[in-house]
Design a protein around this ligand. Structure first.
Ligand code: NOJ
Length: 559
């Protein structure tokens, strides 16, 4: 263990969370981005102690589990997705005793903890990679990564034409120990994130051991970063196009969604199943279609996969209906729950996506119409929480936070921003520390400022400003999550019964429950289905008819 590590006793405080079988099938899972959630030690950076202090807030919000983005020892070239020690907590976030305390406290409150696992690449400061460089060509450690001689007369050209997701070539040439330019290594992301060679047995051994380390610590599951990237096509063939960024997510690539990844997950599943308490895997797998995503959640593989097709869908009834149907159909044969997600730490927050015209994708750099965006975001959330399956919430969306689109360039930290033509690059806007109080240092985030500047007016969106205020976004989320717990029809199952509805409106029934989402810009008159359980904006009813305003979702209970 490294100097950052402590050696806590195994965490056994599972009693309060283990009771509910198949809990994950309809779970609401809250993503904490540790840098930006709460700062316990006043250094301007969020940390595990901060998260622990806010667990009661998450319990009261009504979520089932918390997924933490990486907090491992890391030089932070990609905000912790470049891991230098998978078994240690980075000192900026705390230490292993803090992780242990966090897991225990969460369990005591009935919350499960899911940690991020980053198996596609390590940090360039990971011991294997440092030694691979220091030992020079022929080092056996180079076989654990993808080192290759360059093309061209003097090896001055990259070994193939692959491009990094963050922009620029996916290869970097090293300077050998004797000072000469030497081999190249593959990195699908930043140069500080060399890709592992998963054909090498030591890589698999290492990750099986890392899994056990965190399972023994008591975590309830893993979110697998770049789950679709571990296996590369044999021979690392050229792609033959320089328009690769557009292809991402639309096509099978020689470096993404290769069939070979599934054997890895089958092995991992047997490890997980050795542990009590229904622990789970969720895949971050950007695949071309929901049908290919379903391959990751076959019964002997992972439990869930993020539904990025849903996250990429505009606020449009016909498009939403199509992706909902297709998702449910794709998941049914493999018996996995559908998942739904609207925001995360890599995309523009949905309050800002929906404030802009459709068709702009998930990286938007304009504020748009903020009022409209918030109205639609609230409606979109109620729709998401009425669908069968599991839903993911990204910290701060329950406050209706918009993306911070006007961060000055000099404070940006996203590595993709510095690599120019990346498809990402503007992810700092959704990573600004969240406001807890109306005023005070960093709006209650901590006592020592905030690693990214918070915009003026942030305090008006704070937990303090919204708590107990009827109609606030926070109270809407709380009511929705409470209803989900109380009404078995919400969340469970694998189908919806569509009801006739005017253009621009989605209406479906699930057991004793009807959900209507009006995505059109006009209010619509519909039969009042029963008793209004919850609505994202005010609905009026008269003579058996309900008037559902523009961009509004309503839940009804019916007999
Ligand atoms: C996906 C993560 O969500 C993102 O933040 C990261 O930059 C890449 N994977 C690379 O690890």
């Amino acid at each position: 263990m490294s100097q950052h590590s402590a050696d806590p006793a195994p965490n056994t405080a599972l009693a309060t969370v283990a009771a509910h079988r198949d809990w994950w099938r309809e779970a609401v899972i809250y993503q904490v981005y540790p840098r930006s959630f709460a700062d316990g030690n006043g250094d301007g950076m969020g940390d595990l102690e901060g998260v622990r202090s806010r667990l009661p807030y998450l319990r009261d919000l009504g979520v089932d589990a918390v997924w933490l983005s990486p907090f491992y020892a890391s030089p932070q070239a990609d905000a912790g997705y470049d891991v230098a020690d998978y078994r240690a907590v980075d000192p900026m976030f705390g230490n292993l005793l803090d992780a242990d305390a966090l897991i225990r406290d969460a369990h005591g409150l009935g919350l499960r903890i899911i940690v991020d696992l980053v198996p596609n690449h390590s940090s360039d400061q990971y011991e294997w990679f440092r030694r691979a460089l220091a030992e020079g060509p022929g080092s056996p450690l180079r076989e654990r990564y993808h080192f290759r001689p360059g093309k061209g007369e003097n090896g001055e050209l990259p070994p193939n034409d692959w491009e990094s997701v963050f922009g620029g070539p996916a290869w970097t040439r090293v300077t050998e120990p004797d000072g000469t330019p030497g081999e190249w290594y593959l990195h699908l992301f930043a140069p500080e994130q060399p890709d592992f060679n998963w054909d090498h047995p030591a890589v698999g051994d290492e990750f099986r051991s890392i899994l056990r380390f965190w399972l023994d610590m008591g975590v309830d599951g893993f979110r697998i970063d770049v789950a679709h990237g571990l296996v590369k096509a044999e021979g690392l063939p050229d792609l033959g196009t320089h328009d690769q960024l557009k292809l991402l997510g639309n096509d099978v690539m020689p470096f993404f969604d290769q069939d070979g990844v599934h054997a890895i997950y089958r092995q991992w599943r047997t490890i997980l199943d050795e542990y009590a308490g229904e622990r789970i895997f969720v895949a971050e797998a950007w695949t071309p279609t929901v049908e290919r995503t379903a391959n990751y959640v076959r019964p002997d593989e992972l439990h869930q996969a993020f539904n990025f097709q849903y996250l990429s869908t505009d606020w449009d009834a016909a498009e939403l209906r199509a992706v909902i149907e297709r998702t449910l159909e794709a998941m049914r044969p493999v018996g996995a729950p559908a998942t739904w997600v609207l925001s995360n730490h890599d995309v523009t927050r949905h309050a800002t996506r929906f404030a802009n015209p459709p068709g702009l994708g998930t990286q938007i750099r304009t504020a748009g119409d903020r009022e409209l965006g918030l109205r639609r975001a609230r409606a979109a959330t109620l729709l998401m929480l009425a669908l069968p399956g599991s839903a993911y919430i990204y910290q701060g969306e329950e406050l209706g936070l918009p993306d911070v689109v006007d961060l000055p360039d000099e404070v940006r930290q996203d590595p993709a921003y510095f690599r120019g033509a990346g498809q990402d690059g503007f992810r700092d806007g959704c990573r600004v520390p969240i406001p807890w109080t109306r005023s005070g240092s960093s709006y209650g985030f901590g006592t020592g400022g905030s690693w990214l500047p918070q915009p003026a007016g942030w305090g008006d969106l704070s937990v303090e400003a919204q708590q107990g205020v009827a109609g606030s976004t926070l109270e809407l989320y709380r009511s929705a999550l409470a209803a989900r717990r109380e009404q078995p029809g919400l969340g469970a199952g694998d189908s919806v019964e569509w009801l006739r509805a005017p253009e621009g409106v989605l209406a479906f029934r699930r057991g004793g429950f009807v959900c209507v989402a009006n995505t059109s810009g006009e209010s619509v008159a519909l039969p009042a289905y029963g008793r209004v359980l919850l609505a994202s904006a005010e609905v009026t009813e008269a003579d058996g008819e309900a008037k559902v305003p523009a961009d509004t979702t309503v839940w009804w209970t019916v007999d």
